[in-house]
Design a protein around this ligand. Structure first.
Ligand code: DGJ
Length: 728
């Protein structure tokens, strides 16, 4: 059993493939965190929590005051509460009916069972069969308010993954307000860690940044209504003497697409506490007697071998236990998207021409991006009017799709369901449907407002419009965009007592709509997008197996973005296209895009005959390397943020029988030597370089490396893709 309870010591031991997480019940009521790290066999762990130095600055818990024994300010509390003597980061704060925020939960019971429960109305990871995982539910109660808290942990046998979620029920007689509810609260007995997080903005999403933990609180968060371009809901703590391939690495990722906060506090004992959950700013939730609140899920990945293995742990887990549906294991079509090539300027003839020319280049699916609906010919109107602009397309959509299909191509479409243009029929009919504060100005973003997803009538309207288009046409792919953050957060449908529930209700509404649409059309391939990669998170991946990584398709810039993204998201989820940008040649652009869900983002009519030959070859590479890049293991070899000149990564087949090494030269610094050491191979296997037939051992390739010098200077924009296959 991955989860056990040592009755004598009163210790829960939660074992994943290679990690152990342990919680103790002190004096039968205090939940204390005892350990998280490499798997250990025994439960003799009480000593890990013992901390001396009781002083008056740390109040004692009343029931232990006589023997001066227990202070929540000193102990590594498993789910720290606000106001009852623990002055570090709290995981939970409940305001009682008289407006007081003291919270104090005590253990009452627990349950251990096989499998993993579903999270109501929220995206979550799952078991393919119950024997994949065990779940522990710990029940703890705040007697004063009647808040019953369920801490739910699942440990996976085949992955070094533990998930946690939290549910709160009001078992009392008065309503209370949840002011803060984190999804995990993890304590470490040291601060010798580097924190890795992914920061950025539009066109520069998810750059990995590393800093040493310092005394105080270090935080990342979003208040934008979405997980955001600025900070991804991911953090890793890695041993400060470790790194990509060495040392303990703990990854935390939040299965949520709305406002989040990840706070890490290092305290006066040089200990660390990490708290991850819904951002408590702009959040409260009123819970009436008998009601319950489900907080989203936290995913925790562990590796004893650095960030690289931690990332591969996330990749495998998300590919098998988060991404769902028809496209989970089905080969994704090689697509061409009209956006960067044509913007809003297209008609039926343009698109049929795209299809014809793209087919010759090896494409399989044409995506008609923004601009097909209402009267939209620029970004200043029609969002929310999801009916086909038949004037622009010279007839019904079905006719256009028939013509595209006749060219041997499938057809994809674009929607931005959570938005509304002030210049739209829907806004003129329902001005109250946009997110706004009555009487205040509404701040436009890209000339558009956000539609109120908290409302069932709004969601029904959008669902019906989308259903109409999708059910009447042969649509194989849908790109779900979201192009601005929320401002003036409020809903006309919420009273003042519930107005601060807006942000969470918004994302619940989005999830409900996504669930309805994706369930109604299980064969459509969905790709989420948010002005590029502004909502690239596990919540989205639960509904849609791939995400458009960034509107920045410059291959050199993409390196930083894709490296950062790979910290926790698998290559199969990463939308990456070859565009017309001029920075490098087509081969380099393709080498970078082959890391993800490959495609093109250009007008084929601008390609020269020579270009077309290159594109045909790169399309063939997509098919050739599909299994390796989509089901193999990713190894980051040289990070673009650490080397000015070059960047390298590889994919290695699970059975270590083949590998594809990609090296990109980033700039024109004169260099005359390029040697790269491979990773992840079997030392004892022999591998043949497909290009020149040379045979090397895995040991040689990983230790001596491969010399890629082509004589003289190695100039910018050059790429190397070297494929090795095992020879027996
Ligand atoms: C932002 C997306 O990231 C682009 O790919 C494109 O779909 C535009 N929106 C369309 O408005």
């Amino acid at each position: 059993m991955p989860i056990s309870f040592d009755k004598e010591r009163r210790i829960f031991k939660i074992d994943s493939l290679n990690s152990t997480y342990a919680i103790g019940v002190f004096r039968g009521e205090f939940l204390v965190h005892l350990y998280y790290g490499k798997k250990i066999p025994d439960t003799n762990l009480i000593h890990t929590a013992f901390r001396g130095g009781f002083a008056s600055i740390s109040p004692l818990t009343a029931s232990t005051a006589d023997d001066g024994y227990f202070s929540t300010d000193i102990q590594p509390m498993e789910y720290a509460c606000n106001g009852s003597g623990d002055y570090r980061l709290a995981a939970l704060s409940i305001k009682d009916s008289e407006g007081r925020s003291t919270t104090d939960i005590r253990y009452v019971d627990h349950k251990i069972y096989s499998g993993k429960p579903k999270l109501k109305d929220l995206p979550h990871t799952y078991c393919n069969s119950d024997d994949e995982a065990d779940t522990l539910e710990i029940y703890a109660v705040d007697k004063f308010t009647g808040a019953k808290v369920t801490l739910c942990y699942t440990a996976f046998k085949n992955h070094s993954i533990i998930t946690q979620s939290v549910k709160i029920e009001n078992t009392g007689t008065e309503a209370f307000e949840i002011e803060k509810v984190a999804s995990c609260c993890v304590n470490f007995p040291s601060m010798s860690y580097n924190m890795v997080n992914l920061y950025g903005t539009w066109l520069r999403e998810r750059t990995a940044q590393t800093r040493h933990l310092a005394h105080g609180i270090q935080s990342i968060a979003s208040k934008r209504g979405s997980s955001s371009h600025n900070h991804n809901p991911f953090v890793a703590l890695v041993d400060d003497k470790g790194g990509e391939d060495y040392g303990d690495a703990f990854g935390f990722n939040f299965v949520y697409s709305g406002n989040f906060a990840i706070d890490i506090e290092t305290d006066y004992m040089d200990c660390t506490r990490l708290v991850m959950g819904i951002n408590p700013i702009d959040f409260t939730w009123v819970l009436e007697p008998g009601e319950e609140f489900q907080a989203p899920e936290a995913v925790m990945a562990y590796s004893a071998n650095g960030l690289g293995e931690m990332s591969r742990t996330f990749h495998d887990f998300y590919s098998n236990n988060l991404i769902r549906g028809t496209w989970k294991k089905k080969k994704r079509p090689l697509l061409i998207n009209s956006w960067e090539g044509s913007g809003f300027s297209f008609d039926d003839e343009t698109l049929v021409r795209y299809a014809r020319q793209a087919k010759e280049l090896g494409c399989e699916l044409l995506v008609m991006d923004d601009g097909w609906f209402g009267v939209r010919n620029s970004d200043n109107c029609s969002l929310g009017d999801w009916y086909v602009n038949e004037k622009k397309l010279n007839g019904p959509l079905s006719k256009l799709i028939e013509r595209v299909n006749a060219e041997g191509m499938e057809f994809g479409i674009w929607f931005e369901p959570e938005m509304i243009s002030p210049d739209s029929d829907i806004y003129r009919a329902h001005p109250d449907w946009c997110v706004h504060v009555e009487g205040r100005d509404i701040s436009p973003g890209r000339q558009q407002y956000v539609i109120d997803m908290t409302r069932q009538d709004v969601r029904d309207n959008i669902f019906n419009q989308m259903y109409d288009v999708l059910s009447k046409n042969n649509i194989a792919y849908l790109k779900w965009d979201y192009n601005r953050p929320i401002s003036e957060p409020a809903s006309m449908s919420l009273d003042k007592k519930h107005q601060k529930e807006f942000f969470h209700r918004f994302i619940l509404g989005t999830y409900e709509l996504m669930d309805r649409i994706t369930s109604a059309f299980p064969n459509i391939l969905f790709e989420s997008c948010a002005g590029g990669g502004g909502r690239y998170d596990p919540g989205m991946l639960y509904y849609m197996p791939q995400t458009w990584c960034s509107d920045n398709t410059d291959p050199i810039e993409r390196l930083r973005i894709q490296f950062g993204t790979s910290m926790c998201y698998p290559a199969s989820s990463m939308g990456a296209h070859v565009s017309a940008c001029k920075r490098t040649g087509l081969e380099t652009k393709a080498a970078v895009a082959l890391w993800g869900t490959f495609g093109y983002e250009l007008d084929p009519k601008h390609l020269t005959e020579e270009d077309k030959e290159i594109v045909k070859k790169t399309s063939a590479l997509y098919h050739k390397y599909y299994d390796l890049t989509h089901y193999g293991d990713l190894y980051r070899i040289i990070a673009p943020t650490e080397d000015e000149f070059k960047c390298a990564w590889s994919f290695v087949a699970k059975d270590k029988s083949e590998t594809l090494l990609t090296v990109i030269i980033k700039n024109r610094t004169p260099h005359n030597f390029l040697n790269v050491r491979l990773k992840g191979l079997d030392e004892n296997k022999m591998y043949q370089n497909e290009a020149d037939g040379e045979i090397y051992s895995g040991a040689l390739l990983m230790n001596a490396g491969i010399n890629l010098t082509l004589g003289g200077d190695i100039n910018g924009g050059m790429n190397f893709m070297v494929y090795f296959k095992e020879v027996k």
